[in-house]
Design a protein around this ligand. Structure first.
Ligand SMILES: C[S@@+](CC[C@H](N)C(=O)[O-])C[C@H]1O[C@@H](n2cnc3c(N)ncnc32)[C@H](O)[C@@H]1O
Length: 396
């Protein structure tokens, strides 16, 4: 059974829990709610331009912004008051852009209210906030509101027409298009999404990222499965507690969605809350998109440096420490980028196979590459490296 289906109770989470989430964050946009606050240290330098109201109404549990790069397009899921977006705006700079998505009009109102002040302080405006559900990032809820006002739903025929309208909006003017984002962020929101929507949620994160992009997500996880009774408690659910993913299932959700290079970059040792002996703590996970695509043979190999005897990647390869493992061109490139940088030695063939001549490669075989394959069977050079730079004693 897949990780997203292992908590049957999450599949029947009651509509009141969703309503509780809406009501609670609508209120928390107006009046700071201390119970929703999990203390986080953000880089002070980025807080200077952010208005106090936004800093105070912080309902996050971690800081994924160190994984944002200058010039990138960033999407923040469940942007709340906008603090993460305003931090990311400074990291990406005037050439980058930041989009916050939230389904709560009051939170959107709070975030948007301060956009002109932040833009004035920065000297550029590169942040916008959009109205949508993070498990359905194609559907623009503002556009849907226009449809509904023009064609209110009064009967089943109206309902069917609405479904067609939704599909049209998703297709023709998606809230967040495919492959359009470099970095997806989120801070303490995924746990609020209903169990039955979680597979879509991860599929959506994957869809909007371009190949080579990454998701950096801070969220609350549990160390044990949460009993149904606690999940059905609207107060505990909306308080970012009992909707928490179990920590192993959280990581597996990224695997199931097709990510690679998935890393727990931060895991608080102390729980934020403990309920009936179950510990709830903040983690930050970073996951990359880009292992999909054709496998082409270009006679390349990699050597895993250690320290483990062997490692498996998210694409089904096993790398034995110190051995020349044959890889396709895609894997060869992937293993030289983050998060694998420095773990492998990359071995190019002596005679390069041009990309246009490369043949398909059976990537799953995890075979070794004979050095003769790399160098060419006719290669028989004998080379002594010049020693004019040596001091005669210690030099290799
Ligand atoms: C715990 S707050 C975190 C806010 C913000 N990320 C921060 O760090 O302060 C959760 C936010 O996610 C929003 N939210 C909850 N479920 C959502 C969903 N399914 N789609 C979009 N936004 C959602 C809420 O409206 C709220 O603004």
């Amino acid at each position: 059974m897949s990780s997203l289906a292992t908590s049957p109770s999450q599949d029947i989470i009651s509509p009141p829990a969703e309503a509780a989430v809406y009501d609670r964050y609508a209120q928390a946009a107006g009046t700071f709610e201390p119970a929703l606050c999990c203390p986080v240290q953000y880089s002070k330098e980025f807080l200077e331009v952010i208005p106090d109201e936004i800093i105070q109404k912080d309902y996050g549990c971690g800081d994924p912004t160190p994984f944002v790069r200058p010039g990138e397009t960033v999407l923040d899921l469940g942007s709340g008051g906008g603090k993460l977006c305003y931090i990311a705006a400074q990291v990406v700079g005037r050439d980058g852009r930041v989009i916050g998505v939230d389904c709560n009009q009051e939170m959107l109102g709070l975030a948007r209210k301060h956009a002109p002040t932040v833009a004035e302080q920065l000297g550029y405006a590169n942040v916008e906030f959009r109205y949508g559900l993070i498990q359905d990032l194609a559907l623009d809820l503002d556009a849907l509101a226009v449809e509904l006002s023009e064609s209110p739903v009064n009967d089943p025929a109206g309902y069917l027409a609405l479904r067609h309208a939704e599909e049209r909006l998703r297709r023709d003017c998606p809230l967040v298009p495919n492959d359009s984002v470099d970095c997806v962020l989120s801070n303490c929101v995924l746990n609020l999404v209903r169990g039955q929507d979680r597979r879509c949620l991860f599929a959506e994160i994957f869809r909007v990222l371009r190949s080579g992009g990454r998701a950096a997500i801070s969220d609350i996880v549990s160390d044990e499965s949460v009993p149904d009774r606690l999940q059905q408690d609207p107060e505990l659910w909306s308080g970012c507690i009992t909707g928490a993913f179990r920590e192993d299932e959280f990581v597996r959700a990224f695997e199931d969605a097709g990510f690679h290079g998935i890393e727990i970059v931060k895991r608080e040792s102390e729980p934020w809350r403990t309920v009936e002996g179950i510990e709830f703590r903040s983690v930050t996970v970073v996951a990359h998109k880009g292992k999909q695509g054709p496998c082409l043979e270009r006679n390349q190999a990699v050597i895993y440096r250690g320290p483990f005897k062997a490692v498996n990647d998210d694409d089904g390869h096993t790398f034995q420490r110190g051995e020349r493992t044959a890889v396709c061109d895609k894997t060869f490139r992937l293993l030289q980028q983050e998060p694998y940088e420095g773990m492998f030695d990359a071995i190019e063939p002596r005679n390069e196979i041009p990309l246009e001549d490369a043949k398909p490669y059976a990537c799953r075989r995890s075979a070794n590459r004979d050095p003769r394959e790399t160098k060419g069977h006719e290669y028989d050079a004998t080379i002594t490296r010049p020693n004019d730079l040596c001091d005669g004693e210690t030099c290799c």
